[in-house]
Design a protein around this ligand. Structure first.
Ligand code: PEP
Ligand code: MG
Length: 329
């Protein structure tokens, strides 16, 4: 099996009707770079930076961030690196000095001061990371990704801060990529519904299905008692994913998916049929996904998926999806 997958290393990820698909990796720690190299990914679609805030006493400095980012970008040898700014809080707790601020003090930490909300509420936490990401952008192709966006106002605040940071770097004669793309995670239902408006201010979107499903279906992603309700095929979830992909197409900006759904073999065909062309997933799932998608004809999947979406019940949808998946050679 492994040998069979290894043969796919240099195979282009392209559907039988010629649609090029980007398969990029989700990484968290430096160790993941090794796994990444073994699978020939199209760069990193999601670098979760929260680990930098964990297993330590002090808050990481600009230099701490910079050292790690330059190491990662160098290891990628010219492939793009998407760095997500700190998504702390709720299911991602910091340790040490920061712990008291990311620990769930609220009854609903997932709906509290987490992700971009925390960063915008305390720019002394945010600015060192922004400076480090910008500085690292002089060393290789870096994109910045903002987590947990809910409003256009948050995007504008972030862009304003980035502009201020760029200005100070210029004054200090420190190099950075003036055109570093800035994208937003679509993981709150409001963001998916507003995706077209979000797209006006951003260079790319990335769908975070883990949180999107949690917030759309009102189920805590880490609560086992309700995990039976965690359903990526819920029509509301599929509608929001479709809205986001369509918004990207209409606005002319790329849309990726970096939530777990993107690496799940059961959903590759469905997502291709919805028009998704960039999948980001743990490195160990990339070759299997490639093996699956190179047998697909996108035009056929589009028709099959639109029929599936029109089905009235979950059971009917599941039957149609099973049929789509069974048609795989
Ligand atoms: C997501 O929410 O789908 C996502 C990719 O982010 P995380 O799992 O890190 O919250
Ligand atoms: Mg998320």
């Amino acid at each position: 099996r492994l040998r069979e997958l290894a043969k796919l290393l240099d195979t282009e990820a392209i559907t039988t009707d010629g649609v090029k698909i980007r398969l990029s990796a989700n990484i968290e720690i430096e160790e993941d770079l090794k796994a990444l190299k073994r699978v020939n990914a199209d760069g990193v679609g999601l670098y979760r930076t929260e680990f930098l805030y964990m297993n330590r006493e002090t808050v990481p400095s600009e230099q701490d961030h910079f050292k790690v980012y330059t190491k990662v970008v160098r290891a990628l040898k010219g492939a793009p690196l998407t760095i997500r700014t700190a998504d702390l809080g709720a299911d991602k707790q910091a340790t040490g000095q920061l712990a008291s601020r990311t620990r769930p003090q609220a009854h609903n930490p997932a709906m509290g001061l987490r992700g971009i909300r925390l960063c915008l509420s305390d720019t002394s936490l945010f600015i060192p990371q922004l400076r480090a990401i910008l500085r690292a952008s002089a060393r290789g192709p870096i994109k910045m990704l903002l987590p947990m966006l809910t409003t256009v106002a948050e995007i504008k605040q972030c862009l304003k801060l980035v502009e201020q940071v760029k200005q100070s770097l210029r004054e200090e004669n420190i190099e950075f990529d003036e055109k570093m793309p800035i994208g937003g995670m679509i993981e709150v239902p409001a963001a998916a519904i507003e995706a077209e408006r979000f797209a006006k201010h951003l260079d790319f979107l990335s769908i975070g299905t883990n949180d999107l499903i949690q917030y759309t279906l009102a189920i805590d992603r880490i609560d086992d008692q309700v995990d039976y309700l965690y359903d990526p095929l819920h029509p509301a979830v599929l509608t929001l994913i479709k809205m986001t992909i369509d918004a990207g197409l209409k606005s002319g900006i790329p849309v990726a998916m970096c939530g777990e759904m993107a690496g799940d073999a059961r959903f590759v065909r469905l997502l291709l049929g919805l028009g998704l062309t960039e999948f980001s997933m743990p490195p160990n799932l990339i070759l299997e996904t490639k093996r699956n998608l190179i047998t697909c004809r996108r035009a056929t999947l589009k028709k099959q998926v639109s029929t599936m979406l029109a089905a009235h019940t979950c059971e009917e949808r599941q039957v149609l999806l099973d049929k789509i998946n069974a048609s795989a050679p």
